[in-house]
Design a protein around this ligand. Structure first.
Ligand SMILES: *Cc1c(COP(=O)(O)O)cnc(C)c1O
Length: 489
């Protein structure tokens, strides 16, 4: 387009008032917050202007712009954080909110949120209480720790431990454990942020006890061990276990005492990542270490997430000796990274379920999903396949039940194939990609599935109930409704 033509089009853009007066918007104007309507109109005009500047010739009538504004308004007024049906088979799916809370945890959240609470009030002694008290005894009982503190998430826990105990000093870590966890959590970056001086030892594949021993001088304040989460080294590898780190640290501490050396405390700290209270996966080859095991090995401090394998709300839990945990409680970071009442309510309720491990396996959704054997999922997969075949003509697609693999997710059990049964949809009309897109975008509840070789896979392990199964079948039927209407082949 020539410059004059562009200018001509720009001049013909309607004003905000002209768009607001369009019959397309008059109803929306009455029913929706005025500020939101005006904002949507401004954005629609600005979008039209932008596309003109890029050389396009959009319809710039007030009605056309009003239509675009109306679509924007609808998106804006719908909640952004919405329910999703997870048919991916990834149990702790970070993009989908990780763990689904147990019913008792949900009830506790509602109770805490809908009234005043004893968040920082000690009703027994009628005095000020501490928000740390609600979960500490439970965590200690479940892990064998002397003391505990829970903060915003495990990334916050790592940050807090490093900056409280290793800032201005050296922290020794294996090169094989300098991992990135995802979402920009990288061990070297967290070290730098906490002002600990990182000392890398060993190589990518092998780190020996001797490597730590050689790195220790009187400025070392911490031996750090990091669970490598969703990354595994296999083959010619070696790492040093918590027990050996304890032995190395004790020897160095004795030596410092003998020499009367001026040196900081020397701590062994393990970032366990997922952290489990019990064996969550029966009989797998590479089980996740439990928190109690890490403590029993001799770590001074251990931290882990609340919403990975534990199946609770987002939180970072740190356990260890009372002396160390007390220092953490007094840190200004403890205030900045503290939990809110809804999270404390959910965490406490989840921890209570663990007091009876068999009950936890049934009631904590993450544990239940991990624990359900494939054979128990088969009837559910058959039911879902039946619902889909009933709703969709055989000339459109065929749903059948196939053996598949679920994943723990959340960086836990990366080597663990969890056998499952999934529904495989094979397409005679439309495409798996088209259907997948419709499932995510087409309805009010996005449905997340998987695509495998031109077929759609729906793993029932992470589908919560029969109601969700019906939603899936309806959404697939709606996709074929569109396909038939548009005559897509
Ligand atoms: C997941 C993970 C973290 C971060 O935990 P969040 O609870 O997501 O903050 C830190 N370290 C390891 C080893 C992890 O696996």
């Amino acid at each position: 387009m020539t410059h004059p033509a562009i200018n001509e089009l720009l001049r013909s853009l309607p004003s905000v008032d002209e768009v607001l007066a369009s019959p397309v918007l008059t109803h929306a104007c009455a029913a929706s917050p005025h500020a939101a309507v005006v904002d949507a109109v401004r954005q629609a005009i600005s979008e039209a202007r932008q596309s003109i500047l890029e050389g396009a010739t959009p319809d710039v009538s007030a009605d056309a712009v009003a239509k675009a504004a109306h679509a924007r308004l609808a998106t804006f007024l719908a909640p952004s954080l919405r329910r999703v049906i997870n048919a991916s088979g990834v149990i702790v799916h970070t993009n989908l909110g990780r763990s689904v809370l147990a019913p008792s945890a949900v009830e506790a959240v509602v109770e805490a949120a809908s009234g005043y609470s004893t968040l920082e009030y000690d009703a027994e002694h009628m005095c000020r209480g501490s928000r740390h008290d609600h979960c500490e005894r439970l965590i200690c009982l479940l892990t064998g720790a002397e003391a505990a503190i829970a903060v915003n998430n495990n990334a916050a826990a790592v940050m807090m431990v490093l900056s409280t105990f290793a800032a201005g000093h050296k922290a020794v870590v294996s090169r094989g454990e300098l991992v990135e966890i995802g979402g920009s959590f990288r061990i070297p970056d967290i070290m730098a942020l906490s002002q600990a001086d990182m000392v890398e030892v060993g190589t990518t594949n092998k780190t020996h006890a001797e490597d730590y021993v050689r790195a220790i001088d009187d400025d070392v304040a911490m031996l750090l061990k990091v669970h490598t989460s969703n990354y595994r080294l296999v083959g010619f590898t070696e790492s040093v276990c918590g027990k050996d780190l304890r032995r190395i640290a004790d020897k160095a501490i004795d030596d410092r005492h003998a020499r009367n050396a001026a040196a900081p405390d020397l701590l062994v700290y393990e970032d366990l990542g997922s952290g489990a209270f019990m064996e969550v996966e029966r009989g797998v080859e590479h089980p996740e270490p439990t928190v109690a095991e890490a403590l029993a090995a001799g770590c001074d401090l251990v931290s882990f997430s609340g919403d990975k394998l534990l199946g609770g709300p987002q939180a970072g839990i740190i356990v260890g000796s009372a002396a160390h945990i007390n220092r953490l409680k007094k840190s200004p970071l403890a205030r900045a990274l503290r939990l809110d009442k809804m999270t404390i309510a959910a965490l406490e309720a989840t921890l209570r379920l663990y007091l009876d491990p068999e009950r936890a396996r049934v009631e904590v959704p993450t544990l239940r999903m991990l624990d359900t054997p494939a054979d128990a999922l088969r009837p559910r997969a058959e039911r879902l396949a039946g619902l889909i075949n009933d709703a969709v003509g055989a000339h459109c697609a065929i749903a059948s039940v196939v053996p598949e693999i679920s994943r723990a997710g959340g960086g836990a059990l990366p080597m663990c194939d969890i056998p499952t049964f999934a529904v495989q949809v094979t397409f005679k009309r439309g495409t798996a990609q088209g259907c997948d897109e419709h499932l995510v975008k087409g309805g009010s509840v996005p449905i997340v599935a998987r695509i495998k070789k031109e077929t759609l896979l729906l793993d029932v392990r992470t589908v919560l109930d029969e109601r969700e199964e019906k939603c899936i079948a309806q959404a697939i039927a709606a996709y074929f409704g569109i396909v038939e209407e548009e005559g897509i082949r």
